[in-house]
Ligand binder design. Structure first.
Ligand code: ARG
Length: 594
């Protein structure tokens, strides 16, 4: 049949999940309601000979129902086959009772023609059960350098947001900037020393280079005791809401914000700023809340919480510090207040924190405490999404030649400059279009290099590698897209594709490509769960290779028949749409020509 897509196939696009539901239904029909909570044991087939999926439930159920696995499989099969027959061929029983399941060719064909038609969503429906997802990412610190760690967080966090948004969830993108630390005492004191007052504001004072300003303030702090005392008083004044202090504070925040925004604009990342200061008036409630339920302990004048299972290097219980002996609150306190606010006011169902792996213990402890305190209902998940370090090409700390931290703006500019040089050499062209393309390629290269690595490992930052035209890189993928898109446009100009177009998958290379194409929705769910964007990169890299095999073996323009030409064109089109969609989830723009 191919072509016409009914509502059934909409609910089947997440094939594995759909199959699990059908197995459960068949189990209940065959063995009664008492097996409805049994794990259906559905998995991707371990070898292609076994088909596409396998179901191993017969073995695990055998004892429970008192039958031989093979007989369980037989009985299940009778009920299952009618439920699956639009999607799967007749299942086969193998070995002691494995069920091997193979997708029907016409089912795959139907899915492909839908992907051709619906270029935007590729026939992937939005979830019927939208969740409120908060992604806490990027989160640099005011008046400090936004460093490569923040770049990773920004890129990974944005992809996770895009994915959740695509799947139909309600996403809140939060920038938890560090805008309320004790560093402000020092910074505002230095501002005042340089002539800042409430009446005239900054006057002639320039703080454009905030990082430098920070260094100078720190130097003053370190050398002068009176300055230190003034700084401590300044913190207290700020926290108490003193007008002059607050105005100095907001000037500093505004200057930082401007610098951060340059990077966000370049990366095309949208964020809602809700920094640490936002939670300021909720901190004392956190302390009293912890006290009420007797979680709060005193330790050397400070207030701490002990979480079971966390030990220091010496083997002593590790404290989670929530209030210093001088009464000041900390990063930790703010995160507890933020959890409460996000759960109670924002109604979060899922909260993701995208930071370096070094903060794992902090988030684990915060989660345990918030749960013990009863602030997080069990349906709400708090997940840390840790990532490794960005290193220089030599495997050491990522620095400029002169040993300074690399400014993100400079880093992105450099990638664009190199991409532009590369393009001008290869295309022997130099015009507005080239510059626009270079910008896309350079930024894509930085993003893709980051996202294609397993986030938990450290990676070495190398312009040469990320800009290489071959391998799993952005230029390679952008080139693949431009080429396939070009093929589709050239041949497609004379042919109109529509949902009645029959998809022929007789050549193994056609099938191999099509099978990968229809796997996309399941991949998306996998990434949503595992939070591993590199799987998206692996997927499109594999897709481009399967496409190449197909294109070598199956002529499109010169296909043996008009019908095959149409069908192959549909495969080209579905591939191009898929590449575009996945690149878009990675925050990468595509180009027509490269
Ligand atoms: N500002 C922190 C840093 O630069 C990251 C904040 C992460 N988010 C949070 N809720 N603690 O490391």
């Amino acid at each position: 049949s191919g072509g016409s897509v009914d509502s059934a196939s909409l609910e089947t696009v997440y094939v594995q999940q759909w199959l699990e539901r059908k197995v459960t239904q068949a189990l209940c029909e065959a063995f009664g309601e008492e097996v409805k909570d049994v794990n259906p044991m559905v998995a991707i087939a371990s070898k292609p000979e076994f088909g596409d999926y396998q179901c191993n439930v017969a073995m695990s159920l055998s004892k429970k129902v008192g039958m031989k696995p093979r007989d369980v499989a037989d009985k299940l099969l009778q009920r299952l086959h009618p439920l699956l027959q639009d999607v799967f061929e007749q299942p086969e029983i193998a070995g002691p009772g494995f069920l091997n399941l193979r997708l029907r060719k016409d089912y795959i064909g139907g899915r492909i023609s839908r992907m051709t038609e619906d270029g935007e969503r590729l026939g992937i429906p939005k979830t019927g059960n939208p969740k409120r997802v908060i992604v806490d990412f990027s989160s640099p610190n005011i008046a400090k350098e936004m460093h490569v760690g923040h770049l990773r967080s920004t890129i990974i966090g944005d992809t996770l947001c895009r994915l959740e948004e695509f799947l139909g969830h309600d996403v809140l993108r939060l920038n938890h900037v560090g805008d309320w630390g004790t560093q402000f005492g020092m910074l505002i004191t230095y501002l005042r020393e340089k002539g800042f007052t409430a009446e005239k504001g900054l006057g002639d004072l320039q703080i454009g280079d905030l990082v430098n300003f920070y260094k100078q303030a720190k130097a003053r702090f370190d050398e002068d005791e009176a300055f230190q005392t003034a700084s401590r008083k300044e913190v207290v004044a700020l926290q108490a809401g003193d007008a002059t202090s607050l105005s100095g504070w907001s000037i500093l925040c505004e200057a930082s914000r401007k610098e951060f925004q340059v990077v966000y604009d370049m990366l095309n990342v949208r964020l809602e700023e809700r920094g640490e200061s936002f939670y300021n008036n909720m901190l004392s409630d956190v302390i009293s809340g912890l006290k009420e339920i007797e979680l709060l302990k005193e330790s050397e004048g400070a207030r701490v919480v002990y979480v079971d299972g966390y030990k220091n290097k010496d083997g002593d219980p590790m404290p989670f510090l929530v209030q210093k002996s001088d009464g000041g609150y900390l990063y930790s306190t703010t995160d507890l207040a933020a959890i409460r606010h996000r759960v109670q006011k924002e109604k979060a169902d899922r909260i993701l924190y995208v930071t370096d792996a070094g903060q794992s213990t902090h988030f684990d402890q915060a989660r345990c405490i918030a749960r013990q305190a009863g602030w997080v209902p069990s349906h709400v998940s708090l997940e840390h999404v840790p990532f490794g370090l960005v290193q220089g090409e030599d495997g050491k700390k990522f620095k400029t030649r002169s040993g300074d931290t690399v400014k993100l703006r400079d880093l992105l500019d450099e990638a664009i400059v190199r991409a532009s040089k590369d393009l001008r050499e290869r295309l022997e062209a130099d015009n507005k279009e080239t510059e626009r393309t270079a910008r896309i390629v350079g930024l894509a290269a930085v993003k893709y290099a980051d996202l294609s690595m397993n986030r938990e490992s450290n990676y070495r930052f190398s312009y040469d590698k990320m800009l290489a035209l071959s391998g799993n890189t952005a230029p390679y993928m952008l080139y693949a897209f431009a080429r396939i898109n070009g093929i589709r446009r050239k041949i497609g100009s004379e042919i109109k594709l529509d949902s009645s177009c029959k998809i022929i998958l007789d050549h193994p290379a056609e099938m191999f490509l099509a099978r990968h194409l229809v796997y996309l929705p399941e991949l998306l769910l996998d990434v949503e769960k595992s939070l591993y964007p590199h799987r998206l990169c692996e997927y499109i890299f594999e897709l481009s290779q399967r496409f190449n095999q197909f294109y070598e073996n199956c002529p499109v323009a010169n296909a043996p028949s008009e019908e095959e030409k149409k069908s192959r064109l549909a495969l080209c089109s579905a591939t191009a749409n898929t590449l575009q969609l996945v690149l878009n989830l990675l925050g990468i723009d595509t180009v027509e020509r490269l």
